[in-house]
Design a protein around this ligand. Structure first.
Ligand SMILES: NC(=O)c1ccc[n+]([C@@H]2O[C@H](COP(=O)([O-])OP(=O)(O)OC[C@H]3O[C@@H](n4cnc5c(N)ncnc54)[C@H](OP(=O)(O)O)[C@@H]3O)[C@@H](O)[C@H]2O)c1
Length: 264
């Protein structure tokens, strides 16, 4: 084991880059040891680990393809073996591939549901077993909840359009799972959703179009990566929140968009 087992440890999935990296760094700044999950982005994951380690003293990278159930089931035990304990999981990794009601197949649904909902549920199940087995003493149980899971959702669940059909279905499943897991896994675990608005651009958008779309909200700005990371940190810290979702989107969910941002 590379670190003292008393330090708080968080697993952040999809933490090599983009929002996952921002969340990992925000938690490291707060003293958390960060397990950086990645799939393909080894180089970026290595950089996130180095940056987190500089802030918190300990960090390590863990590879897993979240569409593979065995890989998902092996992930938390590997993190526990490395750090001695896990206290929180942030499910940020996500498949985001375009399909429509016309192009939908079982294959597109399966891929999105596995990585975006199934993996998060199995990781929550594993964290519940870990904290229950680890903190069985009366004094620890008096400090319930003992662990927390934060699921990254999307404002578009409250403002639906039919683009990215399988992605949206998978996030809807994860939102329902957030409620059900909060009920099923309490009092040991809290389970909270965080739903960003348009926060980072993609290859589908020019910088100019991204800027224009980012301003398209009641507040004149959608969320920034720092806003999302701060909300995740709040969800982790606040001991009374469970089974609900915090929308951090400048109010975009209050507006109606006929298409996904990237296709407007
Ligand atoms: N970005 C936004 O504006 C926005 C808006 C609303 C909601 N969200 C939500 O916020 C979260 C983070 O957004 P993001 O834009 O940072 O995500 P992203 O860039 O689309 O994906 C994050 C990471 O997910 C990993 N990933 C994808 N499929 C995987 C699989 N099968 N197994 C393991 N890892 C997999 C990839 O890791 P590797 O690169 O290592 O392969 C990728 O770097 C997502 O859940 C997203 O739905 C984001």
């Amino acid at each position: 084991m590379s670190a003292p087992s008393s330090a708080r440890t968080v697993l952040v999935t999809g933490a090599a880059k983009r929002l996952g990296r921002e969340i990992a760094l925000a938690l490291a700044k707060d003293g958390w040891q960060v397990a950086v999950h990645y799939r393909d982005s080894l180089e970026d994951a290595t950089k996130t680990v180095a940056d987190c380690a500089q802030l918190a003293g300990a960090s390590a990278a863990f590879r897993a393809n979240l569409t593979n159930e065995t890989a998902v089931r092996n992930l938390l035990p590997k993190v526990i073996q490395q750090f001695g304990r896990v206290d929180a999981i942030v499910n940020s990794a996500s498949t985001f591939e375009h399909d429509t009601a016309a192009s939908f197949t079982f294959a597109t649904m399966d891929k999105h549901l596995r990585s975006n909902a199934g993996a998060a549920i199995i990781l929550a199940q594993a964290l519940h077993a870990h904290v229950t087995g680890r903190d069985g003493s009366a004094s620890a149980l008096a400090r319930r909840p003992l662990g927390v899971v934060v699921n990254l959702l999307d404002q578009k669940l409250w403002n639906q359009n039919p683009d990215f059909f399988s992605y949206t279905l998978s996030k809807a499943a994860l939102e329902a799972a957030t409620t059900m897991l909060a009920m099923a896994l309490s009092p040991q675990l809290r389970v909270v959703g965080v739903a960003p608005g348009l926060t980072l651009t993609s290859h589908l958008l020019s910088d100019k179009k991204f800027e224009a779309l980012h301003q398209l909200s009641p507040l004149g700005r959608s969320s920034t990566p720092a806003d999302v990371a701060a909300t995740v940190k709040f969800a982790i810290d606040n001991q009374s929140i469970t089974g609900t979702t915090l929308l951090v989107d400048g109010g975009q969910h209050l507006m109606k968009f006929e298409r996904d941002f990237s296709l407007l």
